[in-house]
Ligand binder design. Structure first.
Ligand code: FES
Length: 49
């Protein structure tokens, strides 16, 4: 999900994640290694057998 920045997100544990970017990509799939920010992991597909 793309949202207008800057943002200051509060996680469930109370920690903050800030971004000063003009547009911020927030992870909605929870696969991102930099969650809650999107690292495009949502694009990767599992190899088919
Ligand atoms: S939406 Fe989760 S990695 Fe992009």
């Amino acid at each position: 999900m793309l949202i207008e920045g800057p943002v200051d997100m509060v996680l469930d544990d109370g920690s903050h994640v800030c971004s000063d970017r003009f547009l911020v990509a927030v992870c909605m799939c929870k696969r991102s290694k930099i969650y809650p920010l999107c690292d495009t992991s949502h694009r990767r597909r599992k190899p088919t057998q």
